[in-house]
Write a protein that binds this ligand. Structure first.
Ligand SMILES: Nc1ncnc2c1ncn2[C@@H]1O[C@H](COP(=O)(O)OP(=O)(O)OP(=O)(O)O)[C@@H](O)[C@H]1O
Length: 215
């Protein structure tokens, strides 16, 4: 089966941390949602940015559906939910924000409308459609940011610290959403219980390597 995402012998570092990732191998197929946990600064966000084609590997390869992931090239198959939802909310209203992705994919006006409705319904945010994104609570912003990604219908979704800044109630809402939404992908988090609840497998990122943890 062609992997949705395949990482082989990935190496990456920055100037002061030249050996941050030292031979990462990972394979995501349909039905997989893989959790990644690790200390602050271990390279979790960096790994997501490499998968999202924001950064370029120094060695090794990343493929998505059999195609090379090329840094700087838009990948419609991959949706990324950033750690700070405000960083990805750009529309004047919530509905406009969620429409932005499908509009840019060239969907017809009718399809954009349908996708926006569906994505807001899936994330429980239909009632927020006409609100201003920057006036939402952190938990509401997170769900709207996810709706914006869902509306693009990616094949896999990368979540960076999705529970950051959320209270217990919002965490539970997000957990329930992820338990019912089967889109495969990666979830980076410090919250092991959350990862256990929403992932099919969990890895520890330590000293530049990924080691499987039991669920
Ligand atoms: N653009 C950058 N330039 C230089 N160094 C960077 C850059 N981005 C991150 N780093 C460094 O790389 C290391 C890994 O950062 P990264 O954000 O990937 O870690 P993380 O595991 O996601 O951390 P956290 O759990 O704190 O979010 C850190 O030491 C960080 O300071």
């Amino acid at each position: 089966m062609t992997a949705l995402l395949e990482i082989r012998d990935l190496h990456f570092g920055y100037g002061r941390t030249p050996s941050l990732l030292r031979g990462i191998n990972l394979r995501v197929t349909g039905g997989d949602r893989l959790g990644i946990i690790g200390d602050n600064g271990s390279g979790k966000t960096t790994l997501l940015l490499l998968c999202a084609a924001v950064l370029k590997p120094q060695r090794g390869t990343i493929t998505c559906l059999g195609q090379s992931v090329v840094a700087g090239q838009f990948q419609p198959a991959v949706g990324v939910v950033l750690q700070h939802p405000a960083d990805q909310l750009i529309g004047t209203t919530v509905a406009e924000d969620v429409a932005f992705g499908p509009e840019n994919l060239g969907c017809s006006a009718l399809e954009v409308q349908q996708r926006v409705h569906q994505a807001l319904a899936m994330t429980g945010t239909l009632h927020l459609a006409n609100r201003l994104p920057h006036q939402l609570s952190g938990g509401e912003q997170r769900m709207v940011a996810i709706a914006g990604i869902l509306a693009m219908q990616p094949k896999l979704i990368l979540y960076d610290e999705p529970t950051a800044f959320l209270d217990q109630r919002s965490c539970r809402t997000l957990m329930e959403f992820l338990q019912t939404n089967a889109t495969p992908g990666l979830v980076v988090s410090h919250d092991l219980a959350f990862l256990r609840a929403v992932c099919t497998q969990i890895f520890l990122l330590e000293s530049g390597h990924l080691c499987p943890l039991g669920l």
